[in-house]
Ligand binder design. Sequence first.
Ligand code: NAG
Ligand code: NAG
Ligand code: NAG
Ligand code: NAG
Ligand code: NAG
Length: 406
Amino acid sequence: MFPSLSLLLLPLLLTTTLAQNLTDNQISQVRSNLQQSAQQSWELGTEAEALTELDYPSLSVFSPLSLPPPTFFTSSPPSEVLSIAASVVHSRPAGPGPLIPADGAVGDPASIGVSVLLANYSHTPGGNFSAAAQAQLDYLLLAAPRSSSGAISHRADQVQLWADFVYMAPPFIAYYGAVTQNQTLLALAYEQISLYRQALRDSSGLWRHITLGSGVDDGHWATGNGWAAAGCLRVAMTIYFSGFGGEMGNEVNDLVAWAGEIVNAVWPYQQPNGTLLNYVDDPSSFADSSSTALLASVSFRLATLPSSLRSFHTIPSALRAQTLINSAGLSTDGWLQPVVDPYDYPLRGTKSPEGQAFVLLLQAAYSEWSAQGEQGESAARAVVGSGGVGWGNVVGLLIALLVGVC
Ligand SMILES: *[C@@H]1O[C@H](CO)[C@@H](O)[C@H](O)[C@H]1NC(C)=O
Ligand SMILES: *[C@@H]1O[C@H](CO)[C@@H](O)[C@H](O)[C@H]1NC(C)=O
Ligand SMILES: *[C@@H]1O[C@H](CO)[C@@H](O)[C@H](O)[C@H]1NC(C)=O
Ligand SMILES: *[C@@H]1O[C@H](CO)[C@@H](O)[C@H](O)[C@H]1NC(C)=O
Ligand SMILES: *[C@@H]1O[C@H](CO)[C@@H](O)[C@H](O)[C@H]1NC(C)=O
């Protein structure tokens, strides 16, 4: 009986123990594929964020050192991040309007705004970053169409709310509020996410992809759920480290809880090899490593937040996802696979720039979690950490049992 029990549990044990950092070679291939493929506004914004979190973690909003931003870089400036900001601002006509004109999406160009503000405060030469950031903010707040509830539309030509928006605009609005010490903007970033959640979350706990206007997508698009959860955490930590974190504790708690409710709703649909499906709860949908990487990054971030906000119970799922990405999820030349077509979200694609960025977000979050002692990796710790009973606890308990009988 004991050997068969061990055999049964071996895969569970293996998926947790095989988790490891990507190799330097994998990271450099993934990064270089990202850098040569990212072109669309949201891809550039997500690239800038991923490179910041991976290569310059003390500048990312997950670090208490990130605010206020440095006024000069004395050593190792985040050159790749600043050069994204510089090239966008350089190509932009002076005057009002978003960072990338005629983008079609209201929310997407704003995703580059965090790097533009970083360039401004660090006195980076090469453009009027302050004016460009302010014009982008004004466009979002004053010119963009809104829903009747007050949610800023994700599209320019019609009022439409996409889950994607949550990663694109609120993190910029919040960062703008943090660097200018404007609490109104921090509250506004929170309020926008709250309005999007009211419009998109349904009784399953998952977020629908797109509502209002023509081209509604009521499905639970996995990447959309990832964008929403990851955006919630960036805004939460921006507020937390802004200096207004004490006064805005309820907002921070809500945002962390909203990210948590998404990962809680998503991971029960994880497939046997660790992947998520492109539409989370639609069994006819295909496996998608892109959303799998992004949502795993959120689970690792949730486990590395300041101790009062932390939760560990989705770590076992994130570890299974991370192990898959590290092995079968990356081609020998560093492309994430298999992936949804990022330009036609119901269809399978071949290469995904945003997916490349998600691998780096995952690596950044995983390595921080690992460096902090891998809490939640086993049942004993999960029980202590979350106080809850989840799948992670069950897995850990089984592992403890197995170790016990061996
Ligand atoms: C840009 O930085 C300067 C300080 O160097 C600051 O006065 C200005 O408000 C900043 N612009 C924005 C949009 O934050
Ligand atoms: C940047 O643009 C603003 C608004 O147009 C202007 O007031 C400011 O002088 C410009 N700054 C620089 C350094 O050119
Ligand atoms: C904060 O930002 C809002 C929106 O841009 C602006 O209307 C307001 O004047 C700002 N408040 C302060 C104190 O700068
Ligand atoms: C995971 O399994 C699914 C089949 O369920 C497969 O389509 C997908 O390619 C696998 N993912 C990876 C990264 O191998
Ligand atoms: C992953 O990398 C981080 C940062 O270098 C390190 O602290 C951690 O121990 C590594 N984890 C593993 C499992 O090797």
